[in-house]
Design a protein around this ligand. Sequence first.
Ligand code: 5GP
Ligand code: MN
Length: 321
Amino acid sequence: MFITAHVGPDGDTLGSMLALKFAFQKCCPHIQRVDCFISGRMPDVYRFLPGIQHVVDLETATDVLEQYDMAISVDCGSLDRLGPAQDLFKGAKQSVNMDHHISNKNFGGINVVVPTAAASGQVIANVLAEAGWPLDADIATCLYTAIVTDTGGFKYSNTTAEVFEVTAKLLSAGADPEYIYKELYELRPKCQTLLHAQAVVNAQYNPDSTLAWTQISRQQLDDLGATDDHVDGIVETLRQINTVVLSAVFKENRSGTTKVSLRSDNHAIDVAAVMEQFDGGGHKMAAGCTIEAPLQEATDKVLPLLEAQIREKTKSFAQKP
Ligand code: 5GP
Ligand code: MN
């Protein structure tokens, strides 16, 4: 079997993928191989995850079967987001789609999609519990990483009682919050902090500063020696400003296309719905897409829609008794 996830791996995709791999290896020893494929550069910050050395980039992988008995996709909302793994996924004898994105297209043979879950790691923790498969310290470390990253460190609105119930079990099984926190958040490279500073200084605002956005060019990343994953977190910093209800980051990809990240500050604005107009998606308050256009053109396409969202929201507030 193989396990894969959405392009551009993050804490939830990698943690979910590795936890599943460990669980299958432990509980189904007859399965000959459990390959883990990503596409895109592995962010350095996740190199502490147990088993990460077995996760390979499908585009450079040398040992790939022509067909697999089973394909599992984790944390991915649609087939096209699997990138180069799409054909391998479609060609597998059986396929499973395990996810928590509200925009999930149910593209698997079996679909385990729980939009109320904070992370795909939470979905997997529940599936393992239902199957009666035990946790161990490695599985717990991976699932804790998945949940802590997708809840913004247990801060976002997806942080429910159930999140803490599942997380408590992960701690009992050996996840170490202090160690994982340090690895994720206290060992930042200088270029990442400098990139954040530049991005915040360069941010632009609409007249009442309810909308904040910033553009990040390839040149800027290259000049700093920063990589794509170093952009993570900037869009949240802009949202923290007390007037801001919608924040956006536009990043120039190496291919010349533009990656858009959106965050809203409450449920009134559904950013996943905005991003679906550009074949993207995500969650109500956090979503993204890739637009096949240069940085400025993509920015000019998206900004009017964001301004319209804010106008509508203001109107609906005004109409409230
Ligand atoms: P981020 O802005 O941090 O890249 O992503 C925020 C959320 O939106 C994540 O849940 C991510 O999976 C989702 N997302 C980001 N980019 C895309 C995209 O191009 N397509 C879809 N369907 N979802 C995306
Ligand atoms: Mn996720």
